[in-house]
Design a protein around this ligand. Structure first.
Ligand code: URA
Length: 262
């Protein structure tokens, strides 16, 4: 910087015809313009930019706000609580006959949540929902609309097996439904696929049959989550001709989700 200013000053003095000069501060030094910079022709003077002679500007730190999705609050804590409470639960008689509680399985941040009725024998043995024959068909149904089992979250209305796979009793559902609600609150799915009568009737608080509830888009809870009702895989194993309707229900659910993405 200094070298450059000396050079410019010399040029300026030379252009004005001054070969020697004395410092204004009274200094005794008389300086000469070095020969090598005496111009042979007039060089147009440039305006020396202010920033060249003042303090160099300090870099200004600009805080760029980072946009992040709001984290889901205390997800792990809550899941741990739900899991613990379900395992400890003795709120109805089903705890006396269960082998394992069956909380749920899959992606806890899934867009899709599948809600069945209650664990059967295989599920009671393994502590995981839909692992028996009905589970295999459910997996196929999911695959038909491009979903892997691990991608969705699967749970039941009841967390313990009713003996001999009898229907859930109202008092059992009343005791257990809070756990499902807490799971739904944690997962916050964008689509609920309700399979079977007990799932549909308890989620939608209705006495209507699956036949009447299917084929429409329902809404669940305050957040109005789209909910599609279809036949339970166990029913479809007994009545394979109904698979055609179940296929249409799945297509409807897929369509809703595709539209929601646009
Ligand atoms: N039927 C259900 O409703 N849920 C299961 O987990 C298994 C069979």
């Amino acid at each position: 910087m200094y070298k450059m200013l000396d050079h410019r000053r010399s040029l300026l003095l030379k252009t004005m015809g001054i070969a020697q000069w004395q410092r204004r501060d009274g200094g005794s030094i008389t300086e000469s313009v070095p020969e090598e910079i005496i111009p042979t022709e007039i060089i147009p003077l440039e305006v020396i930019p202010v920033e060249a002679i003042s303090e160099p500007p300090q870099p200004v730190k600009v805080e760029v706000p980072v946009q992040r999705e709001a984290p889901r609050p205390h997800v792990e804590d809550s899941w741990q609580c739900i899991d613990y409470e379900v395992k400890q639960c003795t709120a109805c008689d089903l705890h006396q006959t269960r082998t394992n509680t069956v909380l749920g399985v899959g992606n806890r941040q899934a867009d899709w949540m599948i809600v069945g009725e209650a664990p059967g024998r295989d599920e009671d043995q393994q502590g995981e929902p839909f692992v028996g024959a009905a589970g295999l068909l459910l997996n196929q149904m999911l695959r038909a609309i491009g979903l892997k089992r691990e991608q969705v979250y699967i749970a039941n209305v009841l967390k313990c097996r009713p003996p001999n796979n009898r229907d859930p009793r109202p008092e059992e559902v009343t005791q257990c439904l809070g756990f499902l609600q807490r799971q739904l609150d944690q997962v916050q799915p964008k689509m609920i696929l309700s399979v079977g009568r007990h799932s549909a009737q308890n989620l939608l608080k209705t006495e209507e049959s699956v036949g009447r509830l299917r084929g429409a888009v329902h809404q669940f809870g305050d957040k109005k989550i789209p909910l599609i009702v279809t036949y339970h895989p166990s029913y479809l194993l007994r009545k394979p001709l109904e698979k055609r309707k179940a296929w249409a229900d799945l297509q409807l659910a897929r369509e809703i989700m595709n539209k929601a993405r646009v």
